[in-house]
Design a protein around this ligand. Sequence first.
Ligand SMILES: Nc1nc2c(ncn2[C@@H]2O[C@H](COP(=O)(O)OP(=O)(O)O)[C@@H](O)[C@H]2O)c(=O)[nH]1
Ligand SMILES: [Mg+2]
Length: 709
Amino acid sequence: MSSNPKLIRNVVLLGHSHSGKTSMIEAMLYEAKAISRRGTVEAGNTVSDFTEIEQERSASLFSKLMHVSWKDSKINIIDTPGSDDFVGEILSSMKVADTGIMILNGAHGVEVGTEIIWEYKEKLGLPGMFVINQCDHEKCDFDTTLEQAKNRFGPKLIPFQYPLNPGKSFNAIIDALRMVMYEYSPEGGKPTKKEIPDSEKARANAMHNAIVEAAAENDDTLMEHFFESGTLDESELADGLRKGIANQSLFPVFCASSYKNMGTGRIMGFINDICPSPAERPSAKTKTGTLDVNAAGPTTIFIYKTFSEPKVGRVSYFKVFSGKVKTGDELINNHNRVHERLNQIYVSNGKSREQVQELVAGDLGVLVKMKDSHTNNTLSIKGHEIEIDPIHFPEPRIRTAISTENKNDLEKLIKAIHDLQEEDPTLILEQSQRLHQNLLHGQGQMHLDLVKYRIEKLHGVHMDFIKPKIPYLETINKLAETSYRHKKQSGGSGQFAEVHMRVEPWNEGMPEPAGLNVRSKEVEELPWGGKLAFYWCIVGGSIDTKFSSAIKKGVMNKMIEGPLTGSYCTNIRVSIFDGKMHPVDSNDMAFQIAGMQAFREAFHVAAPQIMEPIYDLEILCNDDVMGDIMGDLQTRRAIIMGMDSDGHYQMIKARVPLSEMHNYSSTLRSLTQGKAKFSMKMSDYAAVPPDAQQKLIHEYKEHSKDSEE
Ligand SMILES: Nc1nc2c(ncn2[C@@H]2O[C@H](COP(=O)(O)OP(=O)(O)O)[C@@H](O)[C@H]2O)c(=O)[nH]1
Ligand SMILES: [Mg+2]
């Protein structure tokens, strides 16, 4: 293990699904002799995709930590899922990496996943480099992929290599940085170094000059020397490139075939020689300031990922942000003040772990069975209360309601979801009083399906996804008045109350109720949004003021379970302007009931309106699938608000009712074969169209009838 932060490299492989990240890592581990035989994703025997479900689906669903020794460095390599349904895994990995390696599929070009992940990388200010992979693929088009990448990600992309013969017979790479050609045997691996063929010299030279110029731009002295001599020597070039990558002013582009293990060794060499070590990155932000990656600093570790493994329990992945962490250390969790003893410290290679005695600042490691430490927690030695800035996980994008076959299982299910949330902060459980449903919020259908799989497989609880109810609101469109008499004569004390009520649509600044004498008024902010204005306009004492809160309580009960669909009511002014009492039989309960019934009756004759939640929708898609998406949106009562195009991508903006978005994630995936992504955010409420309103009222009546039987 390295004891010098400068000899550590933390790289994370990023990119759209199936671009070849896991296969690339398999080749890297093989090139570094960490494994003696390369597995394949098809055979389900790669180091990284070690969970059963990943092997079943031939896709990575969780991030994984691997490491190799390369020359005098330790290179930590993190594999990530390609779909941003698993964005939590991607963001947490970027948090602890020092270079993001964007893998592009040379046969498909820049894909939606690449776009989205690049956005996150840029937001986090992570240095980066590109590998155009699958150069052996018959459909590989290196030049178009490079062009698309430059168009999309900008002029800082500098090609360092290109494949001499992309396609089935691919076996040679022109390296314009070193000005050599690497030729590979069919087994791949270590290439033969050859001179660049004359036919390629011009292109290679032009590419080399562009690299030298880009390197020189990162340092005044280098620039001066470049202008004087028109070039840079090898160490100056390396120096300029190091600076350029560390400050993200240049992103090198390499090429490879991870499947044939061609080009991998060269990439490892470049990571070791040029990519930044953790010590060359800006200090880490903490709650109170910054923290340098310094081996002599106060021991501080940050847990970036938690995973529960069968038979092992909680496995915590961490980065040493300062000092050295040693076996037996006792650290304090600065999030909850729990003392944690680090009995064993491990380094990881997929599912296998090797115990080590010490890890230095900048390095990544693994701990098992922590008492009470979780993702985003910082632990440090006593007297140094440091909290590293947490990973910010995005808002959920889709939701579903969940249920179990039998009630007894519900508790087990909720517990299982809490356990999963421990590993997956992007999973949110909402136990909605309003909808009387348990809702799961996640990042996409694949995300929720994985949750279902794990709950059923690991926790043995069957869970069904059911359609989530819509949090409608109810209001009124016009003024109505009614009177309601509640009279009950049963053995013992009777009940009598009569209430005359006016209801009106409420809006800020509306005039006082016409023709009524306002005695007192309360305008209440409702927890679900909007207001209730309750006006007491009784003259002549027809109802004693002491009953006003009972009447209001009755009104509120009906506002909680609205007359049309049992949804919350909002933005209504209720004025009590007359009534009757009985000296004996009038009491709070009687007036509560009369208030509730009067409100219900008045509501029904005040042009009642169901309001539905409207979401702002953004869809990022390829040009070629836009027509289908637009066609589908029209069937969802969507209003197109705009379209921006950037490169060969379109961003469609629309407003759409939530009730039309059930299962949209899967529909969009099948409509576009994964070539589109969406996000949606609650915007406001709008009136439901009349036919839809009738349908909702009818459904509610049917439902209430059923639940009465
Ligand atoms: N032809 C070819 N196929 C590749 C290459 N790299 C990966 N693949 C295949 O692409 C599929 C996805 O690979 P994988 O490594 O899982 O991609 P990931 O989803 O980015 O991790 C698998 O079937 C691989 O065998 C490559 O360089 N050339
Ligand atoms: Mg993978």
